[in-house]
Design a protein around this ligand. Structure first.
Ligand code: AP5
Length: 238
């Protein structure tokens, strides 16, 4: 159980580049939650050339969604194999209404004391600007940006991860045409997911255009307020 004696589960929704991964890492650290990034898990499987990785690779490269069953099984497996005693933060899952329903029907979520869904939103131009400048550590999954979070070291043209020294990469799906397609898929799928969580009174909107710290502070203030109300605020009563 977490330090406030309850299991806290958080879902982060938002377009590519909204800062889900960045904020999920900080929130997971602050509340000691298991960070489940379906994107990171899939990219790691691709890197290790596992059966899952070979299946997922073509979808990721094109900016398409990996089939729901594949991703859902992966989430379930992750939850059983890792420590989620305090709760978990779901980053990049669910992506469509089918996945949202799958998650809601999961026994683990049904037993959650505190369940919060954040929609971090940014305009399309900002998403393109951020993703075109992102660098990613394939080993420890750290996220950098050439505009405002520059890695400190480089060898030749390659930047190195500040944390683990690995050579940073540009993600396969951060090419301009793939970014546009990912944004298109996001807008096509997300409407019913937003409605679903609104109907359950679980959704909180966050303006993601501000600096990382301002966004983080708002997320934390909201979580703390909900915890202070013993998770019995309006949006958590269902
Ligand atoms: P995934 O890895 O989940 O990608 P995504 O959802 O498109 O999101 P991103 O990781 O691109 O962005 P982010 O919101 O995490 O932003 P970040 O913090 O990195 O999925 C990739 C692929 O895997 C999918 O396309 C699909 O193929 C597959 N997949 C994954 N999950 C799936 C699922 N559930 N079902 C089916 N398929 C699935 O930040 C971006 C950049 O901006 C960084 O450089 C960062 O430093 C910077 N930044 C962050 N916040 C700020 C800020 N406030 N101000 C300025 N810069 C900022």
């Amino acid at each position: 159980m977490s330090r406030f004696g309850k299991k806290l589960n958080i879902v982060l929704l938002g377009p590519p580049g909204a800062g889900k991964g960045t904020q999920a890492k900080s929130l997971a650290h602050k509340y000691q939650l298991l960070h489940i990034s379906t994107g990171d898990i899939l990219r790691e499987a691709v890197r290790q050339n596992t059966k899952l990785g070979r299946e997922a690779q073509s979808y990721i490269r094109k900016g398409e969604l990996v089939p729901d069953e594949v991703v859902f099984n992966l989430v379930k497996e992750y939850l059983t194999q890792r420590d989620c005693e305090n709760g978990a933060i779901f980053d990049g899952f669910p992506r469509n209404i089918n996945q949202a329903k799958m998650l809601q029907n999961l026994e683990y979520i049904k037993q959650s004391d505190c369940f919060i869904v954040f929609l971090i939103d940014i305009p399309e131009q900002e998403a393109i600007r951020r993703l075109s400048n992102r660098r990613y550590c394939p080993k420890c999954k750290s996220i950098y940006n050439l505009l405002d979070k520059m890695p400190q070291k480089h060898v030749g043209d390659s930047y190195l991860c500040d944390k683990c020294g690995e050579r940073l990469v540009i993600r396969d799906d951060d090419k301009p045409e793939t970014i546009k397609h990912r944004l298109h898929i996001y807008h096509k799928e997300i409407g019913p997911v937003i409605d679903f969580y609104k109907d359950l009174s679980l959704l909180y909107n966050i303006d993601g255009i501000r600096g990382k710290e301002a966004v983080f502070n708002e997320l934390v203030n909201t979580v703390d307020e909900i915890i202070a109300k013993d998770c019995k605020n309006d949006r958590n009563k269902k």
